[in-house]
Write a protein of this length. Sequence first.
Length: 278
Amino acid sequence: MQLNSSDLFSNFSEELSRRLYTGDDEVLAYEQECVGMHEFITSPEYMDLSRDISEANLQLLCHIDSPEIREAWLILGKGSGKSFNSSIYQCRGIWRTAMLKDPQRYSNLAVGTHIYFLNMATNQVQARDIVFTDFIEKLKHSKCFFEVSTALDVNKIDGHRVPYYVDTKDRIIFPKNIIGICGHSKSEAWLGYNTKQGILDEADWFVDNSNRSKAYEVYNALLGSCRTRFPEHYKIIVITSPKSTESFAVRNMRQIANDGEKVDFWGKNFEEENDIQQ
């Protein structure tokens, strides 16, 4: 069959559109060049945290940022920077999504669909006073986000700088219907959201009002939501200090080690340091 010039142009346009929004050529999908994670964290033009982050945490976050990684399980001790790391990566996910020309079409969502980035904490106090506060501090410190006074101003992206508006104590509005929220394990208000990225902060300590673990329940609900709506683009990060040798995260980390997918960024054997038997 012979194709005329109009047919060839039509086929080219369809292929270009397919590549643009299915990730075959991600460069074309962005408003501008999407810098790598190392530059995003350390550059004075972006998060400007080169003096605040350890080399181990920098390597860890760069590793997690790989597009092939859908889930990351991090068991970290006290003072290792759990909230620090989670807030940086939430900024990364939001910024990268805001840089897309059309985030909804990129993920095959309906026009105008809200895209959520969830930080989940153990309780309402931790969610508000620690996790969300640390997230806002990173936004304020960065050079790639800037705060605006009204929600009407959030669509005015300035180059690589993304505006944000703190709407309530647990919600931040970004351009292109992107919303950052902070939930906690005792609430189920987030279950119906279109969550692209979820961070479970101190997941081993998620309990219900009867002090029974809710970690598996919360994780499975989040995983189902992410896989359904963003099967090729979601990211889940479980980050916690260990509660016991048979806790939610420790059991899963043991399986990850058995599968040969464990990576150590601190040069220490975590199980020996925390008296955990593999």
